[in-house]
Design a protein around this ligand. Structure first.
Ligand SMILES: *Cc1c(COP(=O)(O)O)cnc(C)c1O
Length: 490
């Protein structure tokens, strides 16, 4: 399998690259992204065959169909990391919450959010490519809370890779911060920044583009890469759980094989939703993909009006912070798939130069054949958390809760829906405690105890342990000092 470019090829970069190359430098010509030349077609036999398979068997076969330049032994080692999930036989439980509504729980990995689904195996793959090439990589990560812990966890003590992880001091939950600052490994550096997430993100982008920084790294024999969610090395692992979730519904007798379902995805950078779109194109029967957002509802507006408009948008801080995003990078891959490289380049250039692009009526109709969208406010989300807990006895996090709004506004209730749950209640406990009992501004540890009592749920051991672990990564600096700090660490 070769990989092609969403904005076409310039003269400098090769027309097509291997999977390894797309992973190591994920930015393609004209600032575009890499996509598979042709998605493998799985067909009904594939789905039938894997009704009896474990998650890993399904994953292994799907990856084989992509024919990427990674040895099977490495992929097997990568998939073995799903054994660390709560229930290794089925790392992604799918729970029936009410008639026709199922929740696929993507958060049973070591850091309790769905980033583990892709980053756990990705760490093995990236480290193995680096070792094979005899190269050393610095992986930069900027996080608003979930990517950082997952990236640190996956790269911890891996050969030929070091990680510098930037987070906004005061901008994450206590649990998220503790997950990072208690990480203890020689190859990891966690840096708190006096600023907001955008400052961390801008610093990361600046470093990735800086010739001087790369030269300074080169002197130390280190190359630069990023583990962000446009990396196809992450996307490929996010197709698998959509196929798995569909098969789970068949196994549970919720649907007959071949019956179409909605995939309802709480979306930020659109990696999760893109995985569902690819699964659909590869043969999973899907009615539509529902894109759920919070008050940062640029995706809702794109899918309902055809306009991606950032002209007077500012990122709002919400109760579902992992979706507080305006530039949803992976949408580009859908544009490419639907409208081709020339049009994608034109649209993305409009967005970069004018902060807006607009689809034609025909294009919007085509997009809407695949997607529908709605957003929920923080107050609505909390109401869904409370109602669903009190009505169905099911506790969910504020990101997942946004899907319950779109479920009522976008879906034909006769068709079964799969809602994707992207975080455990433990990661956003103050919001959930507020939703359940009305208590405000509780620290995480107090909110955790209170939810645990109200919902009769145990606080998982790894979450509880965070509060007594020594802080090994105490660095907090001004954003101007990031580069110096990273070079010092190296
Ligand atoms: C990252 C994240 C999302 C958004 O996922 P995308 O793939 O970026 O759309 C949603 N919920 C949680 C909890 C997350 O960590």
């Amino acid at each position: 399998m070769r990989f092609i470019q969403t904005r076409g090829a310039d003269a400098a970069k090769p027309q097509t690259v291997t999977f390894s190359e797309a992973i190591l430098s994920p930015i393609a010509s004209f600032g575009g992204l890499y996509v598979p030349e042709k998605l493998p077609e799985l067909g009904k036999e594939f789905l039938e065959k894997h009704l009896a398979s474990s998650y890993k068997e399904l994953a292994s076969d799907m990856l084989a169909r992509f024919a990427i330049d990674i040895e099977k032994s490495v992929l097997d080692e990568a998939l073995a990391l799903y054994d660390k999930f709560d229930t290794p036989a089925n790392p992604v439980p799918v729970v029936k919450v009410k008639e026709n509504l199922y929740v696929s729980e993507l958060y049973h990995g070591p850091t309790r959010a769905f980033k583990d689904m892709a980053l756990q195996p990705f760490g093995v793959v990236l480290s193995s490519i680096a070792q094979k090439r005899g190269e050393n990589y610095l992986i930069l990560a900027a996080t608003s809370g979930d990517t950082g812990p997952a990236a640190l966890e996956t790269f911890k003590n891996r050969a030929n890779v070091q990680v510098a992880c930037l987070y906004p001091q005061g901008g994450t939950s206590d649990v998220q911060r503790l997950q990072m600052v208690t990480e203890d490994a020689q190859n990891l550096k966690v840096i708190g920044i006096n600023g907001v997430f955008d400052d961390a993100q801008s610093a990361l982008k600046r470093l990735l583009a800086s010739v001087e920084f790369k030269a300074a790294l080169k002197e130390k024999n280190i190359l630069l890469s990023a583990a962000n969610s446009v990396n196809f090395g992450r996307i490929i692992f996010q197709i698998i759980y959509h196929i798995h979730s569909y098969l789970e519904l068949v196994r549970q007798g919720g649907i007959a094989m071949g019956e179409k379902v909605y995939l309802n995805v709480p979306s930020g950078n659109f990696g999760n939703a893109l995985g569902g779109y690819y699964a659909w194109k590869m043969g999973v029967p899907v009615a539509k993909i529902i894109i759920s957002s919070n008050e940062n509802n640029v995706l809702t507006r794109l899918i309902t009006t055809g306009k991606y408009d950032l002209r007077d948008s500012k990122v709002l801080n919400t109760t579902s912070p992992a979706m507080d995003i305006l530039k949803s990078s992976n949408v580009e891959r859908v544009l490419f798939d639907l409208f081709g490289e020339a049009r994608t380049r034109e649209l993305m250039e409009d967005l970069e130069s004018k902060n807006v692009y607009e689809l034609t009526k025909e294009e919007l109709a085509k997009l809407r054949e695949c997607f529908d969208a709605d957003f929920a406010t923080g107050a609505e989300g909390k109401r869904y958390i409370k109602e669903t807990f009190e009505g169905e006895g099911y506790l969910m996090d504020p990101h997942t809760a946004t899907c319950f709004k779109a479920y009522t506004t976008c879906c034909d209730p006769k068709i079964k829906s799969i809602v994707y749950s992207t975080a455990e209640w433990t990661k956003f406990s103050p919001v959930i405690a507020n939703a359940l009992t009305g208590e405000v501004d509780a620290e995480d540890i107090i909110a955790l105890e209170s939810i645990s009592k109200t919902a009769k749920l145990e606080i998982p051991a790894m979450i509880r342990a965070l509060f007594s672990k020594p802080i090994t990564q105490g660095t907090v600096i001004e954003k101007e000092d990031i580069e110096k700090e990273i070079l010092n660490f190296l």
